[in-house]
Design a protein around this ligand. Sequence first.
Ligand code: FAD
Length: 468
Amino acid sequence: MSEAKQKVVVIGGGITGLTAAYYLQKEARTKQLPIECHLIEASHRLGGKIQTAYQDGFIIERGPDSFLARKLSASRLVHEVGLDDQLVHNATGTSYVLVKRKLYPIPGGAVMGIPTQILPFVTTGLFSPLGKLRAAADFILPPTKTEGDISLGQFFRRRLGDEVVDHLIEPLLSGIYAGDIDQLSLMATFPQFFHLEQKHGSLVLGMKRSTPKKTGKEKKEKGIFQTLKTGLESLVEAIEQKLERGTVRKGVRVERIEKSGNRYELLLSSGEKMEADSVILAVPHMALPSLFPQCSFFASFQTMPSTSVATVALAFPKEAIVKDINGTGFVVSRDSDYTITACTWTHKKWPHTTPEGKVLLRCYVGRAGDEAIVEQTDEEIVKVVMDDLNKIMNITQKPEFFVVTRWKQSMPQYIVGHRERMERVKEQMNEQLPGVFLAGSSYEGLGLPDCIDQGEEAVKKVLQYLNE
Ligand code: FAD
């Protein structure tokens, strides 16, 4: 008679849940562990925020378009599912920041807007002489004194002044978090900047000393991002194919989870019940309070904001763009009179996405405090985006087609105190919900590699728990 298997249920089939299910099934298979792992996804498709549209020869990412290459968990997963030959780096080129209707190249050596080379900062027109002088105060100001968390804005404004923050750091960070720099937590997003400042006394010197110097040969290096030539959704499909038959349920929502002795009972939207020995919650934080109405500690997630954004992809024939700009895209400063927050010249940054003779622009709208645009109709959004683009680009034709994708409450905001909140929740979970683990973009990093890391980490925790 075969040994009774322990059952693990992963809830949520975005990249985090897919990663967790994939690696857990692999571990159980290769080490012949008596564990079965199931994945439950509320919608009728897997992938969560990863969604690719394929139209007229274009490859259009509706959500994420790439991941940071230096965080290796993503390329490792790609390798696991046999897609290495589809990996591609972005084409490098000038990126800009748009401030009050003018595009400025991002000064050379800027890492997240922090200077690591002095000359490009001294010579850029992006900051006034006074703004540059204020930024130089970083060399003499004492390190930040703080007992706990502070906002990114508070930290950077003190060190480098408002102008460098508003014209460069904020627009760049906004591109990642769609957040408000004066609300976002320093410790939950970029604690390394704080540690460098504490160690070197100056943020700029700290960054300079810790950024590896490039040799002449390395200067022609590949781009820092990677994606899949076949679209990111092909990663989702490849993982799905590797999951064991009969272990994935789509179109079924987990509505509630109750503890029942040492196990958990999951109530599904289909009316069925499912038992589990361990559960990985790879769902956004907003889902938790209703999954566990009996656990008041999850209520703290009710006040954690999530921003709504929309991506707007526009396809044109090449000749429609009269004023072509040499570069890969731009981000927009908040004090500019624009609704779009960023635009990627996708055909230049990712040439594989666009047929010969065509142009693909991908813009973002929506950010913390500025989300009403996401509620408008596709046509209204496209009109606003085209008006904005025409302030700098001179586009003579309507797009051949467009793809608008709304992502409501999709960008979790790690506001000041996020790490402490997470610690408190995890402590309570340890006590009251042993064997239940959180993973995903709401918790410990929202980039794709961070989500994959969390999926992998959750597997380790489950195995340790089941082995105790
Ligand atoms: P999700 O993808 O949100 O998946 C969660 C899943 O859980 C969903 O499928 C949902 O249907 C399911 N679910 C929820 N509740 C239940 C329930 N009760 N029962 C069953 N299932 C449930 N990151 C990058 O690294 N690079 C980028 O270029 C990038 N660009 C982005 C652009 C946009 C527009 C957005 C929105 C995000 C971007 N990100 C990017 C961030 C990254 O895409 C996300 O952080 C990541 O995909 C989140 O994955 P996840 O699995 O944690 O969550």
